[in-house]
Design a protein around this ligand. Structure first.
Ligand SMILES: *[C@@H]1O[C@H](CO)[C@@H](O)[C@H](O)[C@H]1NC(C)=O
Ligand SMILES: *[C@@H]1O[C@H](CO)[C@@H](O)[C@H](O)[C@H]1NC(C)=O
Ligand SMILES: *[C@@H]1O[C@H](CO)[C@@H](O)[C@H](O)[C@H]1NC(C)=O
Ligand SMILES: *[C@@H]1O[C@H](CO)[C@@H](O)[C@H](O)[C@H]1NC(C)=O
Ligand SMILES: *[C@@H]1O[C@H](CO)[C@@H](O)[C@H](O)[C@H]1NC(C)=O
Ligand SMILES: *[C@@H]1O[C@H](CO)[C@@H](O)[C@H](O)[C@H]1NC(C)=O
Ligand SMILES: *[C@@H]1O[C@H](CO)[C@@H](O)[C@H](O)[C@H]1NC(C)=O
Length: 423
């Protein structure tokens, strides 16, 4: 019965997936997704719900595992005619940020994407095979954790926080900050409010009690703190990740540059290793928001659990390459098609490259290194010699002057004392 249901569902959704026809134009798939449901990361004063989360903060929950298993199964259905059903190291590369929930998300996703078949079967009792998930320390992860790795990005974010734009937002929400302070919740910026929303939202959807102060309707806005005031603030916090051209470039632009390099190599027939079909990136809500922001297609809504950006490189019958973008932010509908501004749904490869050129850094590490505080240019050797001569000469003059003064003072001591005593 269950099997039949699953089959029916698979058939029902197959229509919107990649048909045999698309599979013949498809050259390369790249996906970035947010991890599945997790436990809260932040707590507020007297947060009695914290004890409920036995897994610890920020951990993938069983629901979160199901979110990713569903996404992996969807990707398998969508790319049935393209992705090899058997695993080969050449076919797939998986990268995850170095965080428990994204590493676990990638593993669960891959369990659904590559259930062992035929020669891949290795244990009759286990419908699972190991697939490598690569990672790197957050401090080096410009692609997936630019907020940790990119010093210049962090500096730009600080500049934004003290900009008139963000100050205006803070002024608008001043009565909210005041209210929160009055109940002992000492938050002072949009990002902290968005973190508070995150925790309340998770607790709420698990039926845990939301504190009375959070349910209060504030007269200044005629809105409840949670969710009515905090939800749009949370959305705003994600928009801020791509607020300036520089933040788009050093944020989502780094991953976009990586993906574009892969497509350039694929279009040139030089992508290594041979047979590469899929690049998969497992990361965070802000990574998804930043990639969409760099592409200038972001809807401004905090990226949902397991939301997935899909970047497909195709080649039509005439041999021309084009790029298609999708956003799977809702499992109940087909992924939304995204259109790069000033391009078509099937964006010609050269146009895609041109239109994204300004947000793709060639050397992220170099651009992220904060330039040291301006120091005066070192003097050239001749100047140095002139300066030394001048200083020596000055010292000599001072010495002579001091000596003369000293002698005169000794001689005139009597006079001086008497002169002073006359005042
Ligand atoms: C696959 O190709 C068909 C026919 O061109 C098109 O209608 C459909 O939208 C394509 N599907 C995807 C997922 O691109
Ligand atoms: C937390 O609990 C303490 C002790 O009951 C109370 O004094 C304080 O006001 C509470 N703070 C908040 C923010 O609820
Ligand atoms: C405040 O909002 C509630 C619910 O949206 C509405 O019923 C009420 O009329 C509003 N009050 C004022 C003063 O606007
Ligand atoms: C894997 O890639 C290597 C290097 O490009 C190539 O020599 C080899 O033939 C590929 N194997 C398969 C099965 O694609
Ligand atoms: C998903 O994205 C579409 C297109 O931007 C948007 O209309 C929709 O509200 C989003 N849904 C969710 C659940 O975020
Ligand atoms: C799109 O084209 C318009 C008009 O040529 C131009 O002003 C705008 O900057 C372009 N936008 C992007 C994202 O390239
Ligand atoms: C892309 O940019 C190059 C160099 O500026 C230009 O020659 C070419 O016409 C552009 N192509 C498209 C499709 O915009």
């Amino acid at each position: 019965m269950r099997v039949t249901l699953i089959l029916v569902c698979a058939l029902a959704t197959a229509g919107g997936g990649v048909t045999a026809q698309n599979a013949t134009t498809l050259q390369l798939v790249q996906v970035l997704y947010r991890h599945g449901a997790r436990t809260p990361i932040y707590s507020y004063p007297n947060d009695t719900n914290a004890d409920h989360w036995w897994q610890g903060p920020g951990q993938l929950t069983n629901e979160g595992k199901n979110n990713q298993y569903e996404l992996g199964a969807y990707l398998r259905r969508r790319y049935a005619g393209f992705l090899s059903p058997l695993y080969h190291t050449n076919h797939t590369q998986v990268e995850s940020s170095d965080v428990d929930r994204t590493l676990m998300s990638a593993q669960v996703n891959l369990a659904a994407l590559y259930p062992p078949q035929g020669r891949d079967k290795w244990n009759p009792d286990l419908a699972w095979q190991p697939i490598p998930v690569h990672t790197r320390p957050s401090t080096d992860d410009y692609k997936l954790r630019f907020i940790d790795a990119c010093e210049r990005y962090r500096q730009a974010r600080k500049e934004l926080d003290s900009s008139e734009y963000v100050r205006k937002v803070d002024r608008k929400y001043a009565p909210l900050y005041e209210y929160l302070h009055s109940v002992g919740v000492m938050l002072n910026d949009v990002e902290s409010l968005s973190e508070l929303y995150d925790t309340l939202w998770i607790d709420d959807r698990h039926g845990l009690a939301i504190p009375e102060w959070a349910r209060r309707r504030l007269p200044a806005f005629n809105r409840t703190v949670y969710p009515e005031l905090l939800r749009p603030i949370s959305d705003l916090a994600f928009q801020l990740f791509s607020h300036t051209a520089e933040m788009r470039r050093l944020g989502g632009g780094v991953l976009l540059a990586d993906m574009t390099e892969h497509m350039a190599a694929a279009a040139a027939g030089s992508l290594q290793p041979l047979g590469r079909q899929l690049f998969m990136y497992s990361a965070h809500d802000f990574t998804v928001a930043a990639l969409l922001g760099a592409l200038d297609v972001y809807n401004g809504i905090a990226p949902p659990l397991a939301s997935c950006v899909i970047v497909e490189l195709h080649r039509d019958a005439s041999g021309a390459f084009f790029v298609e973008l999708f956003y799977r932010n809702d499992t109940t509908v087909q992924p939304y098609r995204l259109r790069l501004p000033n391009c078509t749904d099937r964006c010609p490869w050269e146009a895609f490259r041109n239109l994204t050129a300004a947000v793709r850094p060639a050397d992220a590490a170099a651009e992220c290194a904060v330039s040291p505080p301006p120091t005066p240019a070192p003097p050239s050797p001749p100047a140095l010699i002139v300066a030394a001569v001048l200083v020596c000469g000055l010292l000599l003059v001072l010495l002579v002057a001091a000596l003369v003064l000293y002698c005169r003072r000794r001689r005139d001591e009597q006079f001086h004392y008497s002169a002073l005593s006359t005042n």
